[in-house]
Structure formats: structure tokens, C-alpha cells
Design a protein around this ligand. Sequence first.
Ligand code: NAD
Ligand code: AHE
Ligand code: ZN
Length: 369
Amino acid sequence: MKIKAAVAHRPNAPLSIEEVDLEGPKEGEVLVEIKATGVCHTDDYTLSGKDSEGIFPSILGHEGAGVVVDVGPGVKSVKKGDHVIPLYTPECRQCKFCLSRKTNLCQAIRATQGKGVMPDGTSRFKIGKEPVYHYMGTSTFANYTVLPEISVAKIREDAPFDKVCYIGCGVTTGLGAVIYTAKVQPGDNVVVFGLGGIGLNVIQGAKMAGANMIVGVDLNPARKEMGEKFGMTHFVNPSEVQGDLVPYLVNLTDGGADYSFECVGSVSVMRQALECCHKGWGVSVIIGVAAAGQEIATRPFQLVTGRVWKGSAFGGARGRTDVPKIVDWYMDKKINIDDLITYVLPIDKINESFDLMHSGKSIRTVVTF
Ligand code: NAD
Ligand code: AHE
Ligand code: ZN
């Protein structure tokens, strides 16, 4: 079938809106009509050419919501008409990783997903005779996409696509890092670096968990008001701090953070996030994605003296199990998504979403079809 997609032909070039051929779903696959998609910093990162797994030409996008319009042979868990959120972290419930109960990182299709192809090793997208590659197993910058059955979470039908698409990445990543990865407890002091589409959801999660101090750190002064709306108790702009940021934060939190979260993707900020943690027990969670080739550093003494460095992908959430619950939280008004969606644009204007991100004007832009 002919579909409309925003194609990334090469790094750093604007996405090109064009007609693409999409082959129907094969065994174990589903065809989804994408109704809305958020634009995440990770899409921008891959488009920048710094992602070691970035492949061109490809159809980016991993924060979508839509409707199943066709299913391939053998598909049992979803049917035509089901409302779904595509999952870049699938949940097969059969691989060693799923069965371990220790991680959400299902590996059933990770190798082919990282190569931009479906599990059978081929792409469903083409322009003329040339393949166009999938991205993160989702490719939501298209009005139709094909996904493996294990890469969709069925959600309730009354949930608005243009809001719950954000649960496909940013909301779940931020809330989940607090609830599933860190397991923040009432009374904990939390420091969040980077108050964008992810960090504000970390703040929202910390508030839900009953944290005491929720300190937000961002270079953009406009993020203070938004942070406070979501439960931030203290705002720190590093450019306004006299002297080093780390001792300032340790002092502010009476010895250091119980939990810190890095939501920027900068290795120097990752070091600050670890070192502002409390001696003996503070845990720092890396969420930000740093460019290929970058490495983190600290004195081992920081770990010897009890600080813990860990990471979180998709908030540690098991997509098919947890995403429908997070949709319920939104519908029950337990979480606020609406105020974080600062712009809604038609697909033809998707390139403006990257300009809004770079200028610091947007938290999340949602693109509709
Ligand atoms: P964003 O652009 O919306 O927000 C980034 C924020 O960081 C901005 O507010 C910016 O002002 C701030 N910032 C920049 N430099 C800073 C510094 N030195 N100190 C403090 N703040 C600084 O991006 P986002 O969509 O929120 O994504 C954040 C990061 O998380 C990206 O690296 C993205 O790729 C990554 N990410 C990871 C996962 C995961 O599963 N691990 C999921 C989604 C996004
Ligand atoms: N291809 C990238 C990996 C980037 C990365 O870490 N991605 C996160 C999700 S970011 C969503 O906005 C993730 O889920 N990681 C686990 C995984 O298996 O990819 C690179 O830098 O190489
Ligand atoms: Zn994302």
C-alpha cells in the first residue's frame, strides 16, 4: 500500500514528506494506522548522525499511538480495530531476559531491530526498488507502520491518541525510572538533571512516590515554572551557581540526593548526577543517551563509598503489561500529560518540531496525521 511518511534520507537533513510503499504484515506482524506521534530527543539524536545504530534512509519515530488495521498469520494477542501503543522495548514473555524478571529489556528481536529490519531480516518500507529502514522497531513518523505483535501494547479505546502517544516513550521513561528502576520511597530527596520531556516526567513520578525534596537542575530558566507545576520543590540553574555545582547540591540536600536522574545525555552531567548522591547509599540513574564513543568517568572512590550508578531504558517498564496501566493513570487523572504537550503539528510540519526542541520552546511536540 502507499503510505505517507517523513523520511530521514541522511544525517542532519530535514525529514522529507513523501509517499512510501509499505508491504503488509507477515507472520506474527501487525499493520497499525498511526494517529499521533510525539517527537523525542532520541529521534533528534539519531537524525544528527551520532547514533551508532542510525541507518539511512529510514523512518524515525518511536512515540506513537494508533489502531490495528490488519494482522498477519498467527497473530493472537491483538485484532483489527484494537487501539495500541507501539513498543520499542517489546515484551515477548518467553526470552531469557523476560523470564528472568530482572529486566524489561526483552531481547527476542533486539538484533534485527537495531539493524532497521523486521525479525525476518527485511524491511517492509520501500521507495521505488530501494528499501527504507525501520527505526527502533516502530517507525511512527508514518501514517501506517508494520510491527511485530510483541511490539504493541493494547490500550483502552477511550484514550485520546494525541495525548497517550507520549506514553510510548517520554511519560513511561520518566515515571518508570522513578517507580520501577529506582523505586523511590516517601521522604527521599531527589535531584533531576534536565527538565525536558523526560525530566519533567521524573519530577511527576517523584511527586507520586512521595519524595521530600525534588530538586530540578536545568540551564533553561523557563523550565522553573513547568517544574514547579509538576512538583519540583527547588530549581537550580547551574549557570547561576557560584562555585562548583556538586557541593552546592550536596549541601542543599543535607548530604546528597537519595536518588538522582540524568535526563540530558551529557557525560559530564552524568558525573555530576552521580557525585551529588548521598555517601553510603545514593543511587544515580542514567536515562540520557550520550553520543556514540562517549564514556563516563568518576573516581572509583565515589562507588567504594556507597554511591551506585545504574541506567534505565523505557523506565524499566514491561511494555505490554505496564503501558495499559499508565494509560489508565492518565485517564483517571493521576498523571498530567496535557500540560507537557506544548505543540501539536500536522505531519507536513514535522521539521518544525525539531526547531522547537532546539530552541528550548517545546517540552513535547505531538505530530498528527
Ligand atoms: P529534551 O531536549 O526535552 O530535554 C533536555 C533538557 O536538558 C532541556 O531542558 C535542556 O535545557 C536541559 N539541559 C541541557 N544541558 C544541560 C545541562 N548541562 N545541565 C542541566 N540541564 C541541561 O530531551 P528529552 O526528550 O527530555 O530527552 C532527554 C534525554 O533522555 C535524551 O538524551 C534522550 O535521548 C534520552 N532518552 C532516554 C530514554 C531511555 O529509555 N533511556 C528514553 C527517552 C529519552
Ligand atoms: N541506538 C542507541 C541506543 C540508544 C538508547 O539507549 N536507547 C534507549 C531508548 S531511548 C528512547 O528515547 C533504549 O531503550 N536502550 C536500550 C536498547 O536496547 O537500545 C545508541 O546510542 O547506540
Ligand atoms: Zn524517546
